[in-house]
Design a protein around this ligand. Structure first.
Ligand SMILES: [Zn+2]
Length: 57
């Protein structure tokens, strides 16, 4: 069984031309900061989407 880490606590490690890299404090994984934003966006999609549909109709 894997326990997927949500990387809620990250620290900045390095920056390249078009990307910033962060390290998860919990699991130590290093990844592009843009991926972290994608993860956060997925979590926020459910509620707001339903509201928008209600307003459109
Ligand atoms: Zn993590």
């Amino acid at each position: 069984m894997t326990n997927p880490c949500r990387h809620l606590q990250v620290r900045f490690v390095s920056r390249e031309e078009d990307a910033e890299f962060v390290e998860c404090v919990s699991c130590g994984e290093v990844f592009d900061a843009a991926e972290l934003r994608d993860i956060a966006a997925e979590e926020n999609e459910v509620g707001p989407d339903e509201e928008q549909e209600a307003n459109a109709s």
